[in-house]
Design a protein around this ligand. Sequence first.
Ligand code: SF4
Ligand code: MG
Length: 320
Amino acid sequence: NEVLLEVKSLKKYFPIKKGIFSKTVAHVKAVDGVDFYVKNGETLGLVGESGCGKSTTGRVILRLLEATEGTVIFQGKDIMTLGKEELQEMRRNMQIIFQDPYASLNPRMTVGDIIGEALDIHGVAKGRKREEKILELLNEVGLRPQHIRRYPHEFSGGQRQRIGIARALALYPRFIVCDEPVSALDVSIQAQIINLMEELQEKFGLTYLFIAHDLSVVKHISDRVAVMYLGKIVELADKDELYESPLHPYTCALLSAIPIPDPELKRQRILLEGDVPSPVDPPRGCRFHTRCREARDICREKDPEFKDVGDGHFVACHLR
Ligand code: SF4
Ligand code: MG
């Protein structure tokens, strides 16, 4: 499988004032040196606790936020250097589905206009053609033709996320950043939406970067999974490998929190102690050392390299 998207040494720092009267500027190091690629047609799950930088990574890739440093190659082009028009053209192939279907749909626009907006921006279809396209998209996501003239508030959370998916799908893009698309939904609805996304992926050959805060959400849909902690990816591997043979102590802790259906496979629950440190002053050395039960001297001094330990299983830990 060819590589569709490649992210290299990506950083995103947000400047903040240190105090109300202080002129000293500090930085929230939301994304602090991230490398990965996404293969054509696959789903890469990106998982971590809130504030670890996963959503920021998704937004920087699409240039909804400008990177502080780093490169993003999409379909062979460095999208960080694209001008406004080239970027607009590129956006036909790179879309996003947002976490909160309540906040991300304009309440004053009809469903038809929400979905049709992308068609308008890119001059894809007008008049009857436009309407036909929108009806086709409604059908693809399991909504009805009469929904075209309704407003977002008339729908349930799950249906609203279907509208968000239809909007992202409108230009039949190659790549979609799915930013926690089911986190705001009832557990009973989550599987329906994930199934729909898998069907659409199959049908239209989509590639997903699927962001979630929980390893159980991405287990089914992902081909590979990356685990993020405090602005960095600490482990990345094929799905089965990651769930069966996790190497990083943080991944092990996250996995131990997932209930497993098979009672034979008893897993010891590993409780993470302490809070996630501030991304303004991340710990020296390995960022996870303040919460790691295996930490030793070198961990407090040296940042572990993110290395391939075999078959595309990457881990950043001195002991692995
Ligand atoms: Fe723990 Fe050290 Fe590995 Fe970091 S490098 S995860 S502190 S053992
Ligand atoms: Mg988020």
